[in-house]
Design a protein around this ligand. Structure first.
Ligand code: GLC
Length: 710
């Protein structure tokens, strides 16, 4: 029988039959190769610069290769047409927030509170990267951080588990579409499974001491949402989960992920994650690393090669063949489901024919302006009048495309990303723009201050564009100081002395400290790192063409000394009203800007909240009391003030976005559910409904109600 007559080659057969037929034909060596992933090129993350593994056509996967469709096809042809079984390679890449069209970093996207916009952006990224030869992205990242010293806060969807799960599911839908076997889609990868964000002291790669309760209440739920959305793969995390590194953690990788959640795809380790268990004090024996990881449920090894020990482990009886087969089965299942056997190659089209298309750039602009958060707007400084005659534009962000591209920018070419200086003239055609660099992101030089002062003195309004710089967040970017670096705050103070209205734009990949900045600006817009649409989206807000609707998905502290600080914390033994209440003596205990915070050019008012217990519905009247149309994100928070497992002060149970014209009002209704919304998750991961008193709060309103046992 020729290879193309084998049953696994027949797309008309049920997928599981094809998997079993192919698995049954494989040698042990062929199985081992399917469980290994190598890199044959460097990606945008310097940590991952390929160490030049020699390519072999029987390899299961290649990552971080950006050689394009033509070269991918050349390698793929060796695998499909020149090996015994012709198993296609699955090509992975970190397509985190766009491929060639850059989208806002995920933390910024979360501040849009618009899952449909997140899905749309991921769909563009899928189409562009698929055409370039990618089958699989290592995204969405669903870690739930409480510590902005950790540079990877930029990569997730903020501090709320419910929101991270909803946005992660939207990303999965965007990447995989309705049918992931179709061209133009890429397999999603939920990462980093699990608890990576709980790293001690903001150090990347650090130990995480995670209670069973925190594991099930905070860190697992977003992944469960992603699995339910149909994600085809997961990536195990670098961190040691309370003594058992994630990559060898049978409880999370098998008992939860497979036995409870029924996940059928495969798990890939993180870069060298399998062999790093030696540094974590687990084992120094590569064979034991391999055995433990595979047995726990980590199917594929990224970059390191401990899985080459499989044959000797099987021969010596230390590893059951069925464990190997189950891992290979999962990988083959994804390759068949992804359609790789039917579509192993790519049309060799010119990248520009599918990338940076006008409709993609428009989505990027919508995503950018929806992600930006208005933090201050004293005396309605914003929006600016387009009839202004002289505007100063000062600061390093004004001319830096990297500040918009951000970390993990995949194949975004900075020279294709418009900067504020490039576009602002178009939005203020009657204004003369007086530009000055002012100062660099880092360093002590104030040489540029005089030029900046001169530009400001000629102007009616000053726009300060300051920030972290695009490479200060991301992987392996932990900082003890999250204030703006260099002399940027000093520059702002110097400009503020001139008495002109100051509009401060801040670009960052993480929450930054505002106490040193806030007093010196009349208006503050946090513009994150928002990709190709950043400059246009920002100007849409500055001119009032778009009424800012972003709301923070992560808490901004006043000081690093407050960290960890997050909204859904637990009660202390004494209320703040108590004379001895444990709050800081040297600092206001509250965050600088809380979770959910963001201003609008209009004013939304909440009133007449009511809860109907029999129907389990809540209602509130929302009114646009201002002069402009606007979009409000309505957040519903639940408090459970008496529970045998004490609960957070409040937790988000639902949100929705309402657009209202000036003066318009609408009754917003929440249909809540006893088990979904009122029950809490216990340390074993079970949902427990405890009858009793609950409080629902929305906007300025709150209502207490009692729900009895059924
Ligand atoms: C990195 C990251 C992971 C990424 C992988 C491949 O170290 O931890 O998020 O997907 O390696 O680049």
């Amino acid at each position: 029988m020729k290879q193309n007559e084998y049953p696994y080659r027949n797309p008309a057969l049920p997928l599981e039959e094809r998997v079993e037929d192919l698995l049954g034909r494989m040698t042990l060596e062929e199985k081992v190769d399917q469980l290994m992933q190598i890199t044959i090129g460097a990606d945008t993350n310097p940590n991952n610069a390929g160490d030049g593994h020699s390519f072999r056509p029987t390899i299961g996967s290649v990552l971080s290769y950006s050689g394009g469709a033509k070269n991918r096809n050349a390698f793929q042809r060796l695998a499909v047409e020149h090996t015994r079984l012709g198993i296609p390679i699955i090509w992975g890449y970190d397509v985190i927030h766009g491929w060639r069209t850059g989208f806002p970093i995920p933390l910024a996207q979360a501040c849009s509170w618009d899952p449909s916009l997140i899905e749309a952006g991921c769909r563009v990224a899928a189409r562009e990267s698929y055409a370039a030869g990618i089958d699989w992205t290592f995204s969405p990242m669903l870690d739930v951080p409480h510590d902005p010293r950790w540079g990877r806060v930029m990569e997730g969807y903020g501090e709320d588990p419910l929101a991270a799960g909803i946005f992660g599911a939207a990303a999965v839908r965007g990447y995989q579409g309705d049918d992931p076997s179709q061209p133009g889609t890429i397999a999603a990868c939920l990462k980093h499974f699990v608890g990576y964000a709980a790293i001690e002291a903001g150090h990347d790669y650090a130990y995480t001491d995670i209670s069973s309760r925190a594991l099930h209440e905070i860190y697992l739920p977003p992944f469960h949402a992603g699995v339910k959305a149909g994600a085809m793969t997961l990536m195990s995390a670098f961190n040691d989960i309370t003594g058992t590194p994630a990559v060898v953690n049978h409880y999370t990788l098998t008992e939860v992920l497979r036995d409870r959640w029924g996940f059928k795809g495969f798990v890939v380790s993180d870069w060298d994650g399998v062999i790093q268990v030696e540094n974590q004090g687990y084992t120094s024996d590569p064979a034991e690393m391999c055995r433990a990881a595979l047995t726990a449920g980590n199917d594929m090894e990224m970059n390191s090669t401990s899985y080459r020990n499989i044959p000797q482990l099987v021969a010596s009886g230390r590893l059951e063949m069925q464990v190997v087969d189950e891992a290979v089965r999962r990988v083959l299942r994804v390759k068949f489901a992804k359609g790789l056997f039917e579509h192993p190659y790519r049309d060799e089209v010119a990248p520009e024919s599918v990338s940076l298309l006008p409709e993609s750039l428009e989505i990027a602009r919508e995503a950018a302006r929806a992600s930006m958060v208005l933090l201050k707007n004293e005396s309605d400084t914003l929006p600016l009048k387009t009839t202004l005659r002289h505007i100063a534009l000062i600061g390093p962000v004004a001319t830096d495309p990297e500040a918009s591209a951000g970390a993990w920018a995949a194949m975004v070419l900075p020279e294709t990303v418009p900067t504020l200086r490039d576009v602002i003239g178009k939005y203020f055609p009657e204004s003369e723009i007086h530009f000055a660099h002012g100062c660099d992101y880092e360093g002590d030089s104030e040489e540029g201050f005089a030029e900046a002062v001169a530009a400001a003195e000629k102007s009616e309004v000053v726009i300060m564009a300051l920030g972290e710089g695009g490479n200060r967040s991301g992987e392996n970017r932990s900082y003890t100081n999250i204030a703006l670096p260099g002399r940027q705050a000093a520059l702002l103070r110097r400009i503020a002395e001139l008495g002109r209205p100051v509009v401060l734009l801040v670009s960052s990949g993480r929450p930054i400290l505002y106490p040193e900045l806030e007093p010196f600006a009349n208006a503050i817009l946090h513009i994150w790192e928002c990709g190709h649409g950043a400059a246009a989206g920002c100007c849409d807000i500055l001119t009032g063409a778009y009424n800012p609707s972003g709301r923070l998905a992560i808490t901004f502290p006043r000081s690093v000394g407050q960290i960890p600080i997050y909204y859904n914390r637990h009660h202390r033994a004494r209320p703040d009203s108590h004379s001895w209440n444990g709050t800081y003596f040297d600092l206001d205990d509250s965050p600088m800007y809380p979770f959910g915070y963001g201003l609008s050019y209009t004013r939304f008012e909440y009133s007449q909240m009511s809860v109907s217990v029999p129907e389990l519905t809540a209602q509130v009247t929302l009114r646009n009391a201002g002069e402009r149309a606007g979009k409000e994100t309505v957040f519903w928070f639940l408090s459970d003030p008496e529970a045998k497992l004490t609960q957070p002060i409040r937790r988000l149970i639902a949100f929705e976005q309402i657009e209202l014209a000036p003066g318009e009002e609408q009754i917003v209704t929440l249909h809540f559910d006893r088990m979904r919304d009122l029950a809490y998750i216990d340390p074993t991961g079970r949902k427990v409904f405890e009858p009793g008193r609950f409080i629902l709060s929305v906007g300025s309103e709150k209502a207490e109600f009692i729900v009895r046992a059924e």
